[in-house]
Design a protein around this ligand. Structure first.
Ligand SMILES: Nc1ncnc2c1ncn2[C@@H]1O[C@H](COP(=O)(O)OP(=O)(O)O)[C@@H](O)[C@H]1O
Ligand SMILES: O=P(O)(O)OC[C@H](O)CO
Length: 503
């Protein structure tokens, strides 16, 4: 029975655990949602104990459903919602404040002040990111400045910072290992992606004490051993990556030029750019896709903050859907004559607009607009935003001298909860005017984490051999006439321009 891998995917709205066997077949699955906290407009928090409790519970349940015990598992892989910031007490392991989630905008004014002070180039040139509240650095400073005694405790070495991976690792190893991996580090705005180290100038800029930071390791590496009391025995931890990077691995996007896009709460498109970082002219992020043997592979990334979250809003906020799947059925019967656009800037807009202050808007409402048109507008917003990202990506890729190659071959590999919607995937292909490939294995994020853990443990083959196992479930081919597409895209861009805060 040995030769299994346990993969943990601690996401924004739910935690999943899966057990895979030595042939990478899924043997057991468990998933749990947990509470989202919105204490003020633009704020989003998680309770770190909820993250931890759902991880332990889903791991145990996945193992039970797979019929395996700790001794049957060769290694654990961790993947996670990125940027979300946890600061905890090293003695107790307890967080000193709620986790500030990646979507949280409370540090918008700090970032704006730093931008006005001309510090954006320092951040972007070293981290590949932008001065935006999305990333961890300003969130850490907020916790230190707004929690009693936290700054002095941090400076005295009593507090630890971690993105969610690092916090979970600390807990899994009972405080023995304070580490992260290069992909998660690359999302903090404190990590120099060119030199592969925490950057003193950025630590000064954001006022973060160096002694709080985890050690940075490869994605397939020795991350220690789990506390024997947690899962019925000690298990080696050998894989780690941020969830979008894990999905890039799970989609086997190992060749420069390959692109994947994941549709969960948000949407994240990642283009593998190989061993050399490509600097975007369109405000996309340069980031680390994965790192093996100390060698980073870089990526361009476009991040959209709200994708499936707009569907959730229709369901839980407006109560016009019974479940998320109904959105596609409604969109299919929406009135084609009504041009309704939804710009779901609930927490501002991400790439390529980066406007933390703007908020959502709906255009083109008439007396005849109903829930079908709103559902269609929410799903189409995801397609239009992907189109904005892919346009920008291809521009950057060509500017880097890759005309016609790689990303020039316009195929998008998709995954995440939303890709279950055939209507949305067809509309995506139509809006992109390019094929959209949905793989047989939709849980690519957790599969990526499993692959890293199995690769790290010497159980799974090298990336080239793993790539051969990628299998297509369905290709969506564009069918929309060009004038219709162009009119729709122009309508979307007009809606965005009317939503941006700089109007
Ligand atoms: N059939 C569907 N049609 C449209 N949206 C869907 C569908 N199924 C799930 N979703 C959306 O996908 C998201 C869940 O995807 P998931 O990958 O589990 O997200 P996350 O990892 O961010 O928690 C939810 O926001 C949900 O509204
Ligand atoms: O948890 P997800 O799938 O919404 O992904 C969140 C991202 O990692 C945020 O950058």
């Amino acid at each position: 029975m040995t030769g299994h891998v346990l993969a943990i995917d601690q996401g924004t709205t739910s935690t999943r655990a899966m057990v895979f066997d030595e042939a990478m077949r899924v043997k057991g699955v468990a998933q749990m949602e947990f509470e989202q906290h919105y204490p003020h407009p633009g704020w989003v928090e998680h309770e770190p104990e909820d993250l931890w409790a759902t991880v332990v519970s889903t791991c145990r349940r996945a193992m039970t459903s797979a019929g395996v015990e700790a001794g049957d598992i060769a290694s654990i892989g961790i993947t996670n919602q990125r940027e979300t910031t946890v600061v905890w007490d090293r003695r107790t392991g307890r967080a000193v404040a709620p986790a500030i989630v990646w979507q949280d905008r409370r540090t918008a004014a700090t970032c704006q002040a730093l931008r006005e002070a001309g510090r954006e180039t320092l951040v972007s040139s070293r981290t590949g990111l932008l001065l935006d509240p999305y990333f961890s650095a300003s969130k850490i400073a907020w916790i230190l400045d707004n929690t009693d005694g936290a700054r002095s405790a941090a400076e005295a070495g009593r507090l630890a910072f971690g993105t969610v991976d690092s916090f979970l690792l600390w807990r899994l190893t009972d405080g023995a290992v304070h580490a992260t991996d290069a992909t998660n580090a690359s999302r903090t705005a404190l990590y120099n992606i060119h030199e592969g180290r925490w950057d003193e100038a950025l630590l000064d800029l954001f006022r973060v004490p160096a002694c709080m930071l985890p050690e940075v390791r490869d994605c397939a590496a020795d991350f220690g051993t789990s506390d024997p009391d947690l899962l019925g025995g000690p298990i080696a931890i050998r894989g780690m990556a941020g969830d979008q990077q894990a999905a890039t691995v799970g989609q086997a996007c190992f060749e420069p030029g390959m692109v994947k896009s994941t549709y969960g709460t948000g949407c994240f498109a990642v283009l593998n750019t190989g061993n050399a970082p490509v600097i975007s002219k369109s405000r996309l992020l340069t980031t680390i896709a994965y790192q093996f043997d100390g060698q980073p592979t870089y990526a361009l990334e476009g991040a959209i903050f709200v994708a499936g979250a707009a569907v959730q809003w229709l369901r839980d906020g407006l109560h016009i859907l019974e479940d998320a799947a109904q959105s596609g059925d409604l969109a299919a019967i929406a009135d084609a004559a009504q041009e309704v656009y939804m710009v779901p800037a609930f927490v501002g807009l991400g790439a390529p607009y980066w406007d933390a202050e703007c908020r959502g808007a709906i255009f083109g409402l008439t007396r005849g607009t109903g829930r079908a048109e709103l559902a269609r507008a929410a799903l189409e917003a995801v397609c239009f935003q992907t189109n904005d990202l892919i346009d920008a990506m291809h521009g950057d890729w060509r500017a880097a001298g890759h005309e016609g190659a790689g990303a020039g071959a316009p195929v998008l590999r998709v995954d995440g909860g939303m890709v279950a919607s055939d209507w949305t995937m067809q509309r995506l292909a139509d809006v992109l005017d390019a094929p959209v490939d949905r793989p047989r294995m939709r849980e690519t994020t957790v599969q990526g984490a499993a692959y890293l853990a199995g690769y790290g443990a010497g159980l799974y083959p090298d990336p080239t051999a793993f790539s051969k196992g990628w299998a297509l479930e369905r290709r969506f081919t564009p069918t929309m006439d060009a004038p219709v597409r162009e009119r729709m895209v122009a309508g979307w861009r007009d809606a965005v321009s009317r939503t941006l805060s700089k109007n």
